[in-house]
Design a protein around this ligand. Structure first.
Ligand code: DOR
Ligand code: ZN
Length: 348
């Protein structure tokens, strides 16, 4: 297959940042995806409906003229999130979920939840209002091996949480392990997962290939080949529980290439093309459309998009960097080739 026309896709996990960074990265997403679930880990975090609505307005104002794109907002849960805030979020119609960052798990998560028991009341209200919980699934105990943190989170936090809140709809974000594939595949119907292109295409060897590779560092960190293979066969199998979420997470080059380099891979410049490569490698290009354009919308209870996106198998070379406000942004595959390109995108 050298050409592929799919229904217009959505990105169910995205970091857009703010101000000049937002203006730099938003066009990459908006030219491919009709909608995106926008992560709330700004500094300070988006903890209230008012903050989410204001952020939404800044995103819409940053769109290039004539481009239509719908940001689907999220709230950042803290130990203090009140059930009344969940009600306001739901009533706004613009907030589509709440994100659980275990405090200290990742970039800008220091204001996150210190113990999930602290948010039980908020989760109960979310379940009642059918609001989705998005979970960064890693334990934060520094004694736990960094490669084991997702699997430990399933046993210690996520499984008990879903037992306590049986009707809560949960997206286990950016899963990286065979254990997570197993958990989601066998969980009750309201539990799903997003999968990133980086975790489908790379294993942890990519962190050290030819030297230390900060631009391949994200959280949860890349895992072993057996984990990558499990993710790929999960998405290639076509289960409705798995859907597209790039976790594109831009940081300035100087913040990545540093003694304490930030976690986050920028992939929005090829946010669908990279998935096409992964699905093609798995012999499952016929499953890409549902993964990218149907499963997420159906899970969130939103209509599937009208319009289409056309991909062609025409290799192109990714620039070494993109402008990022006054700084530089190094994209995934910088200076290397990507096999697929987007040739047309339409809204209807
Ligand atoms: O690698 C990551 N980067 N993982 C996250 O969970 C957050 C993200 C970011 O915001 O940079
Ligand atoms: Zn993320």
């Amino acid at each position: 297959m050298t050409s592929l026309v799919i229904r217009r896709p959505d990105d169910w996990h995205l970091h857009l940042r703010d101000e000049t960074a937002l203006r730099a990265v938003l066009p990459f997403t908006a030219s491919r995806f009709a909608r995106a679930i926008v992560m709330p880990n700004l500094k300070p975090p988006v903890t209230t409906t008012d903050l989410a609505l204001a952020y939404r307005r800044r995103i819409l104002a940053a769109l290039p003229p004539g481009v239509s794109f719908e940001p689907l907002m999220t709230l950042y849960l803290t130990d203090e999130t009140a059930p009344a805030e969940i009600e306001r979020a739901k009533a706004s119609g613009a907030v589509h979920g709440c994100k659980l960052y275990p405090a200290g798990a990742t970039t800008h998560s220091d204001a996150g939840v210190t113990d999930v028991r602290h948010i039980d009341a908020a989760l109960e209200r979310m379940a009642e209002l059918s609001m989705v919980l998005q979970v960064h699934g890693e334990v934060t105990d520094p004694q736990v091996d960094v490669f084991d943190r997702e699997a430990r989170f399933i046993d210690e936090v996520l499984a008990p949480l879903t037992e306590r809140h049986r009707s809560l709809r949960v997206v286990f974000e950016h899963i990286t392990t065979r254990a997570a594939v197993q958990f989601v595949s066998t969980a009750p119907a309201g539990i799903a997962a997003t999968v990133t292109p980086q975790h489908l295409l790379m294993n942890r060897n990519a962190l050290f290939a030819g030297g230390l590779r900060p631009h391949h560092y994200c959280l949860p960190v890349l895992k072993a080949e057996a984990d990558r293979a499990a993710l790929l066969s999960a998405v290639a199998g076509g289960s409705t529980r798995f859907f597209l979420g790039t976790d594109s997470a831009p940081h300035a080059r100087s913040a990545k290439e540093a003694a304490y380099g930030c976690a986050g891979i920028f992939c929005a410049h090829a946010g669908i093309e990279l998935y096409a490569e992964a699905f093609e490698a798995a012999g499952a290009l016929d499953k890409l459309e549902a993964f990218a354009s149907f499963h997420g919308a159906d899970f969130y209870g939103l209509p599937r998009n009208a319009g289409t996106l056309t991909l062609k198998k025409e290799p192109w070379t990714v620039p070494e960097n993109y402008p990022f406000g006054a700084a530089e942004l190094v994209p995934l595959r910088a200076g290397e080739s990507i096999a697929w390109r987007v040739t047309a995108a339409g809204t209807a």
